[in-house]
Design a protein around this ligand. Structure first.
Ligand code: M6R
Length: 360
């Protein structure tokens, strides 16, 4: 049941520290700065030249996150919408790895993309929450995120667990491919191990409810980020529209001035996500919105320059640039939740949506 929580969504947001501890259990070796993914035989990914991630919705945002992290680790990679795969898939060969990211393991669009990739000779992996799911049975390999059951239609803890597991998988692929683990692991792994505590701290001190109240009744809600902050902006907006039924859009920070800025007014709060990648540019983009009267809510650590500029602040604990976006996402999950609650929406079962989309 929901226990002390009014909704499964809020419960599942609070389960993220546990979900991440379960995901990481036995899979990282911080002492020796190594990934210990015994889920795969040594050298499984040694021949991988390029990686294609396929997924839908929130899982697609996790896939975008994982794909960017993999590029940063020096491997050619791209995230594709599974429902576009049949009409827009880049070529594959037997050195292409196709990773199907699907919480349920039953999403028809994602299964179709997975099957197409297999038919064309790619090696396939699924990153999923459900042991025994169709994706887990059909892919060459499966990596289970161990998030525990997610009842709310809005994906929350599974997004965080997927993004973390994709970050680990990416490091593993790069290590197999390059014959040695990346030097970044020495700083990344301790911060990964500290993620459950960081999320606990964030949950204990969040101002998300006050922010939701302060901007309640706005015309539209915008989310901007760059680099790893971009998928988080997209996810922030998807969650917001899914459960509040209010209009929300996520943009790459630098895109704002190429069109969306025309929508910006004092009635359109802008959530700006700072992940430590070219933050100065994102801050400039946020200020362009502020000049047009939009309130800016900075999602960033305490002491960040954006805090002085912004109208409001959602604090995230200090962490590695590869992980900051995941903490920002937790704050945005909470803002969506409280905004939907103020509007009295049926948060766990939004209209017109299903937990698992088994039709094309
Ligand atoms: O089970 P999957 O991860 O394949 O589901 C994909 C999407 O349908 C899903 O993430 C959807 O976007 C969420 N309900 C959004 O919160």
């Amino acid at each position: 049941g929901k226990g002390e929580y009014d909704h499964f969504m809020l419960k599942e947001i609070h389960e993220q520290p546990t979900a991440l501890s379960q995901a990481l259990e036995g899979r990282i070796d911080t002492q020796n700065a190594r990934i210990a993914l015994a889920d795969f035989e040594p050298g499984t990914f040694a021949d991988v030249d390029s990686v294609q991630f396929v997924a839908c919705g929130t899982s697609y945002h996790a896939a975008l996150y994982g794909s960017l992290a993999l590029k940063q680790a020096g491997i050619e990679s791209t995230a594709l919408l599974a429902n576009e795969y049949s009409v827009s898939a880049p070529p594959v060969d037997d050195d292409t790895l196709v990773v199907a990211v699907t919480q349920s393991g039953e999403t028809a669009d994602t299964l179709n993309a997975l099957r197409q990739a297999e038919a064309e000779g790619a090696m396939t992996v699924t990153v999923t929450n459900v042991v025994g799911s169709t994706a887990a049975r059909e892919a060459d390999e499966a990596l289970f995120i161990r998030a525990g059951p997610e009842i709310g239609v809005a994906a929350t803890k599974t997004f965080s667990s997927q993004a973390v597991m994709l970050t680990l998988l990416g490091q593993r692929i790069a290590a197999d491919r390059h014959g040695e683990p990346s030097a970044d692991l020495e700083t990344l792994l301790p911060d990964l191990a500290a993620m459950p505590d960081a999320i606990d701290d964030l949950l204990a001190e969040t101002d998300a409810e006050a922010i939701a109240e302060r901007y309640h009744g706005s015309r539209s809600y915008f989310f901007i980020g760059r680099g790893l902050g971009f998928p988080v902006a997209l996810e922030g907006a998807l969650k917001f529209k899914e459960i509040t039924y209010e209009h929300a859009e996520g943009f790459a920070s630098g895109e704002l001035k190429h069109g969306p800025l025309a929508l910006v007014t004092p009635d359109t709060p802008v959530f700006a996500i700072f992940t430590g990648q070219e933050d100065e540019k994102t801050l400039k983009n946020a200020e362009e919105a502020q000049t047009r009267g939009a309130p800016v809510i900075a999602v960033c650590p305490e002491g960040h320059r954006a805090v002085d500029v912004a109208d409001a602040h959602l604090e995230i604990p200090e962490t590695d640039a590869d992980l900051a976006g995941l903490l920002a996402n937790v704050q945005l999950q909470l803002v969506s939740y409280y905004a939907a609650d103020l509007l009295d929406r049926p948060i766990d079962k939004p209209r017109n949506l299903a937990k698992s989309v088994t039709v094309e």
